[in-house]
Ligand binder design. Structure first.
Ligand SMILES: Cc1cc2nc3c(=O)[nH]c(=O)nc-3n(C[C@H](O)[C@H](O)[C@H](O)COP(=O)(O)OP(=O)(O)OC[C@H]3O[C@@H](n4cnc5c(N)ncnc54)[C@H](O)[C@@H]3O)c2cc1C
Length: 376
């Protein structure tokens, strides 16, 4: 039906986390003079005020950016310009303003949002609860689509077709209460069904992929498709969606669970353990790093043995309770968190010769630049 203007609207993938150096380079204003004339203003302003250097001839300074605040209606959608703070949409509580923001409550609205971005050549990303995301203080120079597709259908006993914006932990509690096993672990995962499927979330020997029967998606061309689990290959915290170039969004997921008399009890035990071993009352994004494959040691153990529990940079701190959870102790900037991640990674590498790989996803503020960088 239609295509987005560029390939790869998703700006962050596993293994694409910027190093400290590459980040500071990529955030440098593209224009070198110290003072520049903003196209919408009659006076010059210092480059340090530039919020949106898109290319060498077009940019928006803070003044223009503020004055771009507006709400537009488009095919029944409410598009919010330059106002929505990403820090209010993520569990880490970090991130500046997104240039465009749209909330979608059903597939039709989602399709309209994708079409809006396509027609206006705006890069976009869809998020659920933002519980695995690190956004930049400079915001996101594209459209953030917030997924609120929250329906749940009971197809057969133990078979649920669920909107991708449905709360994953709610599905876990509900299915266990109804006597079905497979999603006990999800009780403490604060994401959506779509986010859990995209990340193949898991814990305690269970993972999302093993409970899925089929997944409904919409492509960047606006086509709806149903994909069957048997045709898809998932791995540890990885799904085929992370590399699917024409994926716009997961819209719904059908789960097939087995009956069990002990699911509810097991879930309660897991939740009890989580409350003791994880800093649930604090602002985190869950595990920052993946566990190193087949080494028999967790990322948390490695960080703990490096003596970094409680270590902080600015407002970002390695949790005292769980070394692989980094918490925003108040006012953490995205750079604080990136610096802490880079610091911990470096220390673990130096001590154990193991290079940790990020599980959390970093979203570059200027997605176009990021895409260019990635093609190099
Ligand atoms: C306290 C805490 C505990 C956690 N415990 C666990 C755990 O035990 N196990 C675990 O695996 N994770 C855990 N996490 C991490 C996180 O909750 C999971 O990865 C979760 O599945 C992310 O869901 P989300 O809706 O928040 O996704 P988001 O963070 O919103 O998005 C994550 C990625 O998925 C993509 N995405 C989201 N929705 C869609 C969609 N509908 N279509 C296409 N792409 C989409 C986004 O674009 C993004 O790339 C924890 C996090 C916290 C804060």
């Amino acid at each position: 039906m239609f295509k987005t203007q560029q390939e790869g609207n998703r700006v962050s993938k596993k293994g694409k986390f910027p190093s400290q150096q590459s980040l500071s380079l990529s955030l440098m204003p593209l224009t070198s003079p110290k003072w520049l004339q903003c196209p919408s203003l009659s006076f010059t302003i210092p480059t340090s005020l530039f919020q949106h250097p898109r290319n060498s001839s077009t940019f928006l300074c803070n003044y223009c950016f503020k004055n771009k605040e507006q709400t537009q209606s488009w095919n029944g959608l409410k598009v919010i310009r330059g106002k929505k703070l990403l820090k209010d949409l993520t569990t880490w509580g970090i991130g500046g303003v997104c240039n465009y923001f749209v909330e979608v409550f059903d597939q039709t609205q989602l399709l309209s949002a994708i079409r809006y971005c396509h027609v206006n050549s705006i890069p976009y990303i869809i998020i659920g609860k933002g519980s695995n995301c690190l956004f930049d203080d400079l915001g996101f120079d594209g459209c953030l689509i917030l997924n609120r597709i929250e329906f749940l259908e009971r197809i057969d006993p133990g078979v649920y077709r669920v909107g991708s914006g449905f709360r994953f932990n709610q599905l876990g509690v509900l299915s266990c209460n109804e006597g079905f096993t497979g999603l006990e672990f999800s009780g403490g995962v604060p994401g959506t069904v779509g986010g859990a499927t995209y990340m193949n979330a898991g814990a305690n020997g269970q993972e999302t992929a093993s409970t899925i029967e089929s997944i409904d998606i919409v492509t960047t061309e606006g086509a709806f498709q149903t994909l069957h689990r048997v045709d898809l290959s998932f791995g540890y915290r990885s799904s085929p969606f992370q590399d699917m170039k024409d994926l716009a969004a997961i819209t719904a997921v059908t789960f097939r669970l087995q009956g069990s008399g002990s699911a509810r009890k097991r879930q309660q035990e897991l939740l009890k353990r989580r409350r003791i071993t994880q800093p649930l009352g604090e602002r985190s994004a869950g595990s920052v790093f993946r566990n190193p494959s087949s080494l028999g040691v967790s990322a948390a153990e490695l960080i703990d043995k490096t003596g970094l529990k409680g270590f902080s940079i600015g407002g970002a701190m390695v949790s005292h309770i769980h070394a692989n959870f980094f918490v925003n102790i108040g006012g953490s900037t995205s750079q604080d968190m990136l610096n802490l991640i880079a610091f911990v990674k470096d220390k673990v590498d130096k001590k154990f010769g193991i290079e940790l790989e990020e599980e959390v996803l970093y979203f570059h503020p200027y997605c176009n630049l990021m895409n260019k960088e990635r093609q190099l």
